[in-house]
Design a protein around this ligand. Structure first.
Ligand code: SAH
Length: 289
């Protein structure tokens, strides 16, 4: 028998007691995020409150949301003027918000890097009080530490490599090393690689950065992770970091060229990894991860 049309399907199962219900996915680039927006059938949050409410009414009719899920929505809006974008929707029994820092107002490119990532993470935590943050994106990998193109890593630790403050204690503040939320069952189930992530505001790497990355013992390198971790920790929100390797930093190809050549295919691998992860998270408690 053909499945019933969406409006006749039963409501999403109510999450069990203590189950994760709100997940915030933070991503840096539109090209990285679009496949996931489509996969999870997320809709873009509109710009004004009245439109937002109308959309939610329509959405709740469409998905026949339970009262609990219906009230689970952004309670504060992104301020006018911020380029940040948000896509949202229900997937199984999860409420998903996928946010990005959006396009730079002057140059029109994705606002990659730590400042924008921290801002949009901060605003999103305030607005949606997520149970869990997933920072998903691409990264450079070090083959000397076992990384290959298209590998999916879950970061065990994050730190900065371009905040050099050679004054006692400020030096450690600058590095900002911290452990990420441990998710041993995700690792067991999904077979991702594990490594330390080093974050800085440059795609390339000067010799001082390289030294710091080595001392951070990093296997992967990005431009957002440690900044997202800093904000997540500030508000005691568990955060996990899933990174797909687009380029080999200690290889012989120029990073920018290798990154652009691999971006689409690696993004597809990231998309599969994040979907599997979200599927695993459904119905689980934070302590089950
Ligand atoms: N030239 C690119 C700019 C992307 S910046 C473009 O126009 O599309 C790189 C993005 O990918 C950042 O969000 C960063 O987190 C990630 N990234 C991938 N490889 C990286 C590397 N080797 N070093 C730092 N960040 C990297």
């Amino acid at each position: 028998m053909a499945p019933p049309p969406p409006s006749e399907q039963p409501d999403a199962a109510a999450p069990g007691a203590g189950a994760i219900s709100r997940v915030l996915i933070v991503m840096a680039m539109e090209k990285e995020a679009t496949p996931l927006v489509n996969k999870f059938k997320l809709v873009e949050a509109p710009a004004s409150e009245s439109i937002l409410l109308r959309h939610q009414n329509e959405l709740s009719k469409l998905y026949r949301l339970s009262a609990g899920v219906h009230s689970a929505r952004f309670t504060t809006r992104f301020p006018k003027g911020a380029p940040w974008t948000r896509f949202y929707g229900c997937y199984k029994d999860l409420h998903l918000d996928l946010v990005m820092p959006g396009k730079d107002a002057v140059f029109g490119v994705d606002s990659v890097g730590t400042v924008s990532a921290a801002l949009v993470t901060y605003a999103s935590i305030q607005a949606s009080k997520p149970d869990l943050i997933i920072n998903a994106g691409t990264a450079g990998g070090f083959k000397a530490k076992g990384a290959s193109i298209k590998d999916i890593f879950l970061a065990s630790d994050v730190a900065f490599h371009d905040r050099r403050i050679p004054i006692p204690v400020f030096d450690m503040y600058g590095i900002g090393a911290r452990k990420t939320f441990a998710a041993p069952n995700i690792l067991k189930e999904l077979n991702f690689k594990v490594g330390k992530l080093s974050t800085g505001d440059s795609l390339d790497m000067c010799s001082e950065d390289e030294e710091a990355i080595l001392s951070n013992d990093a296997t992967i390198k990005d431009m957002e992770g440690a900044a997202v971790a800093y904000v997540a920790d500030m508000f005691s929100t568990p955060a996990i970091f899933v990174k797909a390797v687009t380029d080999i930093v200690d290889g012989d190809k120029p990073t920018a060229e290798e990154f652009l050549n691999n971006l689409i295919s690696v993004t597809a691998a990231l998309d599969v990894a994040v979907t599997k992860m979200v599927d695993f998270i459904c119905g689980k408690r934070i302590s089950d991860l």
